[in-house]
Structures are given as C-alpha cells and as structure tokens.
Design a protein around this ligand. Structure first.
Ligand code: KG4
Ligand code: ZN
Length: 337
C-alpha cells in the first residue's frame, strides 16, 4: 500500500476532506459548500462559514475515509490548511486535524492554502515537476509564484489592492449577476465582444505586480454612466471587455516572469484558473513563447481537500510538521515556507 495522506480544507466556504495516495492519486475528495447561505448576502459571511464548517466537518472527514475505503489505521499523515483565510473558518479545520492527529497518533502537517492551489496541478498532471512559474489567482490572492521545489516558493509578483477573483465578484454584483462572479462573467462573456469597451489596465514600471482597483472603478463608472444616460447596458460586452483586461495582464505577467526565471513550464492555479478566457489566451501566448502550460480541471481549481493532501505529502517529505500547538493564520506569506 502507498503512503496515505488525509487532507483537510476549511479556509473559506468549502469544507473539504480528501484521501490521497503517494501525493497524487486521489482516492476521495469530498467537498461540502456553504455557498447557498452566502448568496443571500452577495459574498462570504465569515460567521456563517465557521458555523457551517463546524456542523459538517466530522461527516465530511468520515465520508472521505469511507469513499477511499480507508480507516484511521491506514492514514500516514494528516495535512490541514493553517492559513491564509478566514480565521474562524480555518480554526475549525485545524482543530479537527489536531484532534485526529492526537487520537490516531499521526503526524500533523500545516499547509499554506495557496501552496494547495499550486499542488492541484501535480494531481492533474502526474508528470509535472518543479521548477516552474505559476499564477495563483483566487478570491483573496493574485500572485505570480516561482515554484522552486516541492513545498518551496518565491513570490515574484502580487496584487497591490484587489485580488482578481474579488474584482470578478464585485463587477458581477454591480451587474446584478449574483455571487460568485467569476463563473457567471465567464459565461456571459462568451456571447460578448472583448473589444467593445476599452477598460484601463495597470502596469507598474520595473514590477510585475498587479492592481485591479482601477479597472474595477472604471467598469463601475461605465455601468453607472450608461444607466444615468438612460442607455441600455450590453452585459455580455461589459463582461467580455472587463474579463479581457484582467486575463490579459494576468497572462502577460505570468509569461514575462517565466521568461525572466528561464523556465520552460508555466501553470495556472486558484479559482480564477477556471476562467476559460484566461486558459485560452495563456495557451496561445505560451505556445508563441515556447512554454508548456499546465492547469487543473475546474473542480481542482476551486477549494478542495485533495490539493491540500497533495501539498501536505510534499511538505512532509521536506520535514514540515507541527505539534498540537498549531495555530491558524489569517495571513501567512508563502515565501516563509
Ligand atoms: O480558490 P477559490 O475557490 O477560493 C479562494 O481561495 O478564494 O476562488 C474563488 C474565486 C472567486 O472570486 C470566484 O469568482 C473565482 O474564484 N472564480 C472565477 C471562475 N471560477 C471561480 N473567476 C473567473 N472565472 C471563472 N470561471
Ligand atoms: Zn482557494
């Protein structure tokens, strides 16, 4: 039998547990989402997220073990997202992992949420190995990261204000499209013209950092001005134009970073990596630049326990373990791993 990792994720609104063999073979990946409760409020409500995690975490872990056909005795290590994320939500997963680690006498491995997102690529692509340059874009973060080795990362660029996913969520809300915004904007944009409206992109001299607050304001102003003039808003065109401006800068900076690092491989990770325009544009540019592009299937792009188990497997191989004093961290820098 291979090396078995139980992975637990509870940093935002998904409660997830997964059993993964030898780092990359997913035996089970159970995901319970409290999304329907947050939709009423147009975004994730931390208190509700924590309460829902506490309600379902035990049964999610039980189901993950059952579906994998494994018992506690088969588990070699327990990996858990220790940060960054909503502190109350993280604490539910961390407490569950610490309890099981103590009861079953199994080593505990703290995992960085974004390291988990990067690792989704290892699950999807068994042949992928570091080093490579990866875009990690989610609801809370937008980083370009150099994956120097398993469990070792260097942040090359980050957002100076909003995360890319956050911008999608805010624009969708302004357009009355609901939450989360990414998937709906992606869908609406398919019937729109990306060159219909020119929204500004922010570039920094001598830096590959991102900024999405300028474009967010420009889109909001465009929506308000059109409405004030009594004009009709072409929602697919606005979605396609906004989406193009965001994915253009994301893919451009990712490719520049990979070239500067001398890499031949690039990857996409995080919820925004599910975006079809980002995948297509980056694929075209990667081919032109002679880079091989990797990305996970959509279910592995958004939060899940399998990516956390995969990351824990490699973190443990580097000797990263925690004791029963493990805490959760609302913010945590990936460079420090
Ligand atoms: O990684 P994730 O599941 O949770 C966080 O760690 O934040 O990412 C969720 C984010 C949300 O902002 C959501 O709108 C965005 O990912 N997202 C997308 C798409 N699917 C999800 N953004 C753009 N296009 C998509 N298809
Ligand atoms: Zn995430």
């Amino acid at each position: 039998m291979g090396f078995i990792t139980l992975g637990i994720e509870s940093s935002c609104d998904e409660t997830s547990a997964a059993v993964v063999e030898d780092g990359r073979k997913v035996l089970s990946d159970v995901i319970a989402s409290s999304l329907e409760f947050h939709k009423l409020y147009g975004g994730v409500v931390p208190e509700i997220a924590s309460r829902k995690h506490a309600e379902v975490i035990d049964s999610v872990i039980d189901r993950a073990l059952k579906e994998a056909g494994k018992g506690p005795e088969d588990v070699d290590i327990i990996g858990v997202t220790a940060g960054p994320g909503l502190i109350g939500a993280l604490l539910v997963g961390v407490s569950a992992a610490k309890t099981l680690s103590y009861m079953w006498n199994k080593p505990l491995v703290p995992v960085h949420h974004l390291e988990g997102h990067v690792s989704a690529n290892f699950i999807e692509h068994p042949e992928l190995e570091p080093p490579f340059t990866c875009l990690v874009a989610s609801g809370g973060h937008s980083h370009v990261v150099r994956v120097e080795d398993y469990g070792k990362f260097r942040i090359v660029a980050r957002t100076r204000d909003d995360a890319a996913g956050e911008a999608f969520d805010k624009i969708a809300r302004a357009l009355g499209l609901g939450y989360p915004g990414g998937p709906v904007i992606d869908r609406e944009a398919r019937s729109g013209d990306p060159s219909a409206v020119r929204f500004p992109e922010t570039h920094f001299p001598d830096s590959l950092d991102f900024s999405f607050s300028g474009i967010k304001t420009a889109v909001l102003n465009y929506i308000n001005n059109t409405k004030a003039r009594g004009g009709s808003l072409n929602v697919p065109d606005v979605c396609a134009s906004f989406q193009y401006a965001v994915v253009d800068i994301l893919s451009r900076n990712l490719i520049t970073a990979a070239r500067e690092a001398g890499d031949t491989k690039i990857a996409l990770a995080g919820g925004v990596a599910a975006n079809s325009a980002l995948r297509e544009l980056t694929a075209t540019r990667a081919a032109g630049a002679g880079l091989r592009l990797y990305y996970p299937s959509p279910v592995l792009c958004t939060d899940n326990g399998a990516m956390i188990a995969c990351a824990a497997h490699y973190a443990a191989a580097r000797g990263r373990f925690a004791g029963s004093d493990l805490n959760a961290f609302a913010s945590w820098n990936m460079d420090e791993l």
